[in-house]
Design a binder for this molecule. Structure first.
Ligand code: NAP
Length: 255
């Protein structure tokens, strides 16, 4: 069983987040799911999940949302940022996206995570020296090996990976565990519906196989030991990084 008890799962109205929320609920955990789509939140509420409407791209509102959530649910011991968007565009064609699209993409994927961490980690530390808390972000296998048609998405996910590496270093001797979830291409509802957007030779992992592989790690490995939790084709990417450049983290200024 996962070591989390009360989980704030940001961006869980569909896809990987919804699936993780239901898996955790099935383990008897309290799960608060967030997102922008009220109809999806209402449907999830009917399935015994706690829900809260929140747009993470509204950076200025994040501290107030977190204050409300932490006072409504004082037992939150896990914050998992799963919200993410991807803009497909070509830098050769100025009309394939707008400046606003790219700004929103960075704000949603990267800036929001930094602000959420800033307002969450001190709250977790204040829970006590011996009280474990968990901070997770869903990145992507593309953080390690990018694909050409999501340039800013790749960059955001790589940025999140290094953001988490840094937080883990800062929190080394603390009871806060920093965990990165690294999905490969997974056949979520959206991906299946928009299959034509993806290259034909790119195989999506089934959602069930993906969740089984992720939860086999979350359920069985002590949270303190978890760093990157990968599944399917992401495993080799993470391992190659961990065993290579990742090994230099202990002595970043050695060379
Ligand atoms: N599926 C894959 O193949 C794959 C692979 C690697 C990584 N990932 C990552 O996994 C995560 C989930 O992706 P998914 O495939 O499950 O896609 P999804 O079904 O579109 O889920 C994205 C979630 O993020 C939420 N979200 C997006 N923008 C938000 C905002 N501004 N404020 C609050 N919530 C927001 C959405 O909720 P609302 O729309 O209700 O706001 C939704 O719950 C993402 O971070 C994605 O980058 C997915």
């Amino acid at each position: 069983m996962a070591p989390f008890n009360t989980i704030l799962l940001l961006g869980a109205t569909s896809g990987l987040g919804e699936s993780a929320a239901k898996r955790l609920l099935g383990q008897g955990k309290k799960v608060i799911v967030t997102g922008r789509r009220q109809a999806r939140l209402d449907a999830l509420k009917a399935e015994d999940l706690e829900t809260y409407a929140m747009d993470v791209s509204d950076i200025a509102a994040i501290p107030k949302h977190l204050d409300t959530l932490f006072s409504t649910y004082p037992d939150i011991d896990t914050v998992w940022i799963n919200s993410g968007i991807a803009t497909r565009y070509s830098v050769k064609d100025i009309n394939s996206c707008t400046d606003a699209d790219l700004t929103l993409e960075v704000t949603t994927n990267l800036t929001a995570a930094a602000i959420i961490a800033r307002h969450t980690i001190p709250h977790f530390l204040a829970r006590g020296e011996d009280v474990e808390s968990h901070f997770l972000i869903t990145t992507s296998g593309l953080a390690f090996v990018p694909i050409p048609f999501f340039p800013v998405y790749n960059a955001c996910k790589a940025g999140l990976h290094y953001f988490l590496v840094s937080l883990r270093q800062q929190l080394k001797d603390s009871p806060v565990n920093i965990i990165e979830i690294v999905p490969p291409f997974v056949a979520t509802e959206y991906v299946v519906k928009n299959r034509d957007e993806a290259p034909k030779n790119l195989q999506a992992m089934s959602l069930k196989d993906y969740e089984d592989e992720v939860f086999a790690q979350l359920d069985n490995i002590p949270a303190k030991e978890l760093k990157e939790v990968a599944a399917g084709p992401s495993v080799l990417r993470v391992k190659t990084w961990r065993d290579g450049l990742g090994a230099m983290i202990a002595k970043p200024f050695a060379d």
